[in-house]
Design a protein around this ligand. Sequence first.
Ligand code: DON
Length: 549
Amino acid sequence: MTLRAMGRIIRIWTAFLLFTVGCSAWGADDFPSQGAVVAAQPAAAQAGVAMLEAGGNAFDAAAATALALGVVEPGSSGLGGGGFFLLYIAKQHRFVMIDGRESSPQLAGHGEIYQRKSSIDGPQSAGVPGLLAAVARMQQHYGKLPRADTVAPAIHLATKGFTVTPRLRRMLDWRKDVLNPAAKRLFLSGNRIRQPALAQVLRRYAKFGKDDFYRGQTAGRMVADMQRDGGLIRLEDLAGYRAKERRPVVFHWHGYRVVSAALPSSGGMVLKEIFGMMQHDDLMAMDRADRTHLLIEAMQRAYRDRNRFLGDSDQVTIPSHLLNPIRLAKLRQSIDMAHTTPSAELGKSTEPAGNGRDTTHFSVIDRHGNMVAATLSINYGFGSGYVSPSTGILFNDEMDDFATRPGVPNAYGLVQGKANAVAPGKRMLSSMTPTIIQGKRRTLILGTPGGSRIISMVLLTAVAFMRNQTPPESWVAAGRFHHQFLPDVVQFEPGALDAAMQKELRARGHRLQQVHSYGNMQAILWDRPSGVLTLLSDPRGEGEGVRQQ
Ligand code: DON
């Protein structure tokens, strides 16, 4: 046996041992006192809890919540979009991520079309939707209830309608000009939104499963609409789409196990890189200014790597040394605690759009300790603005998450490279970061919308959870700050950095930019020994935590 082969076997065994040690520390015999769902809209959380009360598990609840969110939060996620479901299957002590990320239609080629046409507005900006394939996979492989039960709340909400909330009104005001006539008819004709065509699609899903959407009547209708209206999605794209099971990113930091989204989401890798840089830092002992500075510098370096190296790992090779501990230690050494390091090139300090009104996150737990963290999206508010008239499905504009023009900032100000260039069938790099963190006594299920800032929001909440110095409610409410390498500025919410902190950071050379408040985190904290759940819904939004009775 060669030395290299021996090294590999030792590494595999060490990983296996660490994993099993992690599992036993996980407290596999603890159960929460009840099940619960926290989602961005109460009706969707209730839809999930109804499944728990009907004898379903967390995965049935997640399916019902996801489908209901697509109806009552139509500007944020839905059948025309995609997302990531991070599952913990308690019986098997196993995590898995279901990747329902959109893929690029064949006709989008290498993105030439986006030199002429928008990657944000209009049907050509839509990727092949993955949500229903992911929901179907989750429900079929891991759920207990009949499929039709999990669809029923969404059908009911689409048929009976719901009242436009202030948040939705604001989003409509922002995006009304890009809506096509079918979208305008649906969303702008009064204070109550009814979606009868969408209800039909949901009914067909209940009856025939996802094949109707990907190969059947719904597929035919969507494609006919797309073809007429200038969209790129064709029957072959839909028939070829698969939700994929992926091994989540797992890492340990000071006694915590963090499990997060794998590629094509960059979330888990960026988190791992940041925590890896801080492996030998004591965030408890460090004063607030040093901690803030360190987090900013670590974000800046990890986002640089994200933007340069990450993309769909099924199509591009990700450098294997990226998260190597020696490299991360070197990156940590490159951080000067007294002064910020300017990003290599200065970008425009425009405020990236995407303040977390669009996209959505929900967290679920059931009595058996099964968990789901799910972040779902159609990208921008009301996605592409294009509703396929015959199906009532609002399409995403996720193509803009590719580097459609490498080197040029996208809607979130991200300047990305070739690894995330458009290619047929490829999945665009995401920042969605559904995450589950386990400590010695407590588990946190979390995630949020917010475009490129999602990862730094999850990071800040993770740090607050690990430090445990403030009440849990403040972890999702606290002011947020963010650095994404380019633009080379620290963006912060009103109130996130007080005057003294701003002065201190400026003294260390940071350029600060106050931005509008952002994010809409939905989290569940589980104290395992007592079984008590704390439901945490971001006060910036309209979400709610609902408990099983
Ligand atoms: O996948 C992504 O990274 C984006 N499409 C998420 C968009 C988002 O969170 C918008 N919210 N403000």
